[in-house]
Write a protein that binds this ligand. Structure first.
Ligand code: TPP
Length: 562
């Protein structure tokens, strides 16, 4: 039976993670705010604890041990100037590449700068000489808090050892009372593992990946926003031939293959409550680049994979699905090639399950769009059928980037969008810049608010002939009529959708850009060929009924579920 330790959940998590990460030496300096840390580290047999009053010397003592063993040593002190006294040894460890895990107790945020004792601004206090720093939540009230804290502690250990070793800082705010103890329920904590594999996976790591992949009939490779990369696409195509592998891509994945699942939202949007487990992977493999589909994110958070490997050239620790088990710092192409070489053919219905649903939902999609009255979705359908081939698509944030996810044609072009931070503020300027250096037609699909917001993009001497801008003018921020929440408020028109009746015509005239306008399907179909073949920059404004779009999009998902 384990001994009682501090009742603080953050301290329990931190000490558990220190055990899993193999910390065996802890240098403690006395104090009150760090009492929960002291009683816990001292009570756990896995740690050899040292007591040194002077924090400055304590930190150099830890440095000496870590320097000789090459293993991280933990330091624990109270709040206030105690923290500053670690600084000389931390700076030395930083330039000497010695791994130290610096744990400082702190007051909760509301007490900082309130003339309370031993309280200074501790977050980021060593910022010039530290490989990673974080401040844990004050308590772990929700599973999200726990996931957040676990991820930050994992990251601290990763950065402590990654590449050139060095010091990391975990600040831990603790609220009174500080001395309560309890015997916690034993929970398994699994730190995120970090594997460095610049030249591909080592024999051991490869063996593990292969063992995992062999023990599963359900592997999902989810590709988010990426620049076109032929070698990656080739590897993904090879892997997608396996019965137990599905490759999910989005319009901005810029990776195309006959066996890929392209319109993710169509499929995930069709799943009933009880169907999630059928579509869940056991092993999820992701690459750098954000994934747009909220639906697939929700699915994977609700039905988490047993293992999630993130392959990242930059070694980024990104846990979008809250279940990350490993980060592999490597060229993903190399790792996927190794996986392909070792993956034996196995009977599995996983790929078939996804593909069957893809076929069914494709049919529903086509029937629904065909039957639609005039609206944004109908306009997208017409536009995507007339896109010049080849062309480069720039997608405005808000609904354009999401509508593009539903249509197959958009999955077969080169598509880009400002999804790094998803602002509506620079979509037009980005397209102007892209068109300037691109020989292919560059087609921007953008909402009216995003267009007006960034209409200064046209006040620019570098508008090129290949630039074609389609403004989907639905009289405001159409997204707010679709997402749950704003639609039920009386502020919808004025403050969310910011309804208006402006058009882009005068702006086009002001900047001497060719302008066309359509307000129904027949005129759009007539104008599209002229628009795309116009010799010079052009704007096609498509007017759609403001209030219908949200309803029709909601109906679309209702139809998919039927
Ligand atoms: C700079 C910035 N401000 C605010 C937002 C929040 N926002 C997201 S979508 C949106 C409305 C966009 O409307 P529109 O461009 O007309 O596209 P639609 O919703 O009709 O597709 C707003 C204001 C944002 N993403 N970026």
């Amino acid at each position: 039976m384990s001994k009682p330790i501090s009742e603080k959940k953050t301290v329990k998590l931190l000490t558990d993670m220190c055990v899993s990460e193999g910390i065996d030496k802890v240098v403690i300096s006395p104090g009150s705010r760090n009492a929960p840390l002291i009683v816990s580290f001292a009570a756990i047999d896995a740690f050899e604890c040292f007591s040194i009053v002077d924090e400055r010397s304590a930190a150099f003592f830890a440095l000496g041990m870590a320097q000789q063993t090459g293993k991280p040593v933990a330091l624990v002190c109270t709040s206030g100037t105690a923290v500053l006294n670690y600084a000389p040894a931390i700076a030395e460890a930083y330039y000497q590449n010695v791994p130290l895990v610096v744990i400082t107790a702190d007051r909760p945020g509301e007490w900082i700068d309130q003339a309370d004792g031993q309280t200074i601004r501790q977050e980021g206090i060593y910022s010039n000489y530290i490989k990673y720093d974080c401040s844990l939540p004050v308590d772990l009230y929700t599973p999200e808090d726990e996931w957040y804290a676990r991820r930050m502690i994992s990251e601290a250990f990763i950065h402590c050892r990654k590449g050139m070793a060095g010091p990391v800082h975990i600040n831990i705010p603790l609220r009174e009372p500080l001395y309560g103890r309890t015997v916690h329920q034993q929970k398994r904590v699994t730190p995120i593992q970090y594997i460095k594999a610049s030249n591909g996976l080592s024999e051991d790591a490869l063996k593990e990946l292969v063992t995992h992949s062999h023990s599963t009939e359900r592997i999902m490779i989810l590709v988010g926003m990426r620049h076109p990369d032929e070698t990656l696409t080739t590897q993904l195509n090879l892997l997608s031939q396996h019965e137990r592998v599905i490759v999910l891509t989005e319009s901005m994945s810029n990776s195309h293959g006959d066996s890929f699942i392209r319109c993710i939202d169509r499929i995930v949007g069709s799943l009933r409550e009880d169907e999630g487990p059928l579509f869940r992977p056991d092993l999820l493999i992701t690459l750098d680049g954000p994934v747009l589909s909220k639906m697939v994110k929700t699915l994977l958070r609700q039905y988490p994979p047993r293992e999630h490997w993130h392959l990242s050239a930059a070694g980024q620790v990104v846990d979008t699905y809250q279940q990350l088990t490993r980060v592999v710092e490597a060229d993903p192409v190399k790792v996927l090639a190794q996986l392909h070489q070792h993956l034996e053919p196995t009977k599995s219905r996983f790929r078939e399950t996804w593909h069957r649903r893809a076929e069914v939902t494709a049919q529903i999609h086509h029937d629904y769009v065909k039957s639609l009255a005039w609206c944004d979705m109908k306009a997208f359908d017409a536009i995507c059928m007339h896109l010049p081939k080849p062309s480069v698509i720039e997608l405005g944030n808000s609904t354009p980037v999401r509508y593009a996810q539903f249509f197959d044609n958009f999955q077969q072009t080169q598509s880009f969008a400002n999804r790094g931070t998803s602002g509506i503020d620079g979509c037009v300027s980005t397209a102007v810049g892209a068109a300037y250096v691109q020989n292919l037609p560059v087609v921007l699909l953008v909402g009216d608010l995003s267009f007006f917001y960034d209409s200064n993009a046209l006040w620019n001497k570098y508008l090129s002939d290949n630039l074609k801008i389609v403004v989907i003018n639905n009289g405001g921020g159409g997204i707010f009529r679709f997402i749950p929440g704003p639609g039920d408020t009386e502020e919808l028109d004025e403050y969310f959708a910011t309804a208006h009746s402006m058009t882009a015509e005068m702006i086009a005239r002001q900047f001497n850009v060719h302008y066309l306008q359509s307000a129904d399907e027949a005129s759009l179909l007539t104008l599209l060929p002229d628009f795309f073949s116009h010799q010079g920059p052009a704007i096609l404004e498509v007017l759609t009924p403001m209030k219908e779009n949200g309803k029709l999009l909601r109906n679309y998902f209702a139809m998919l579920k039927k």
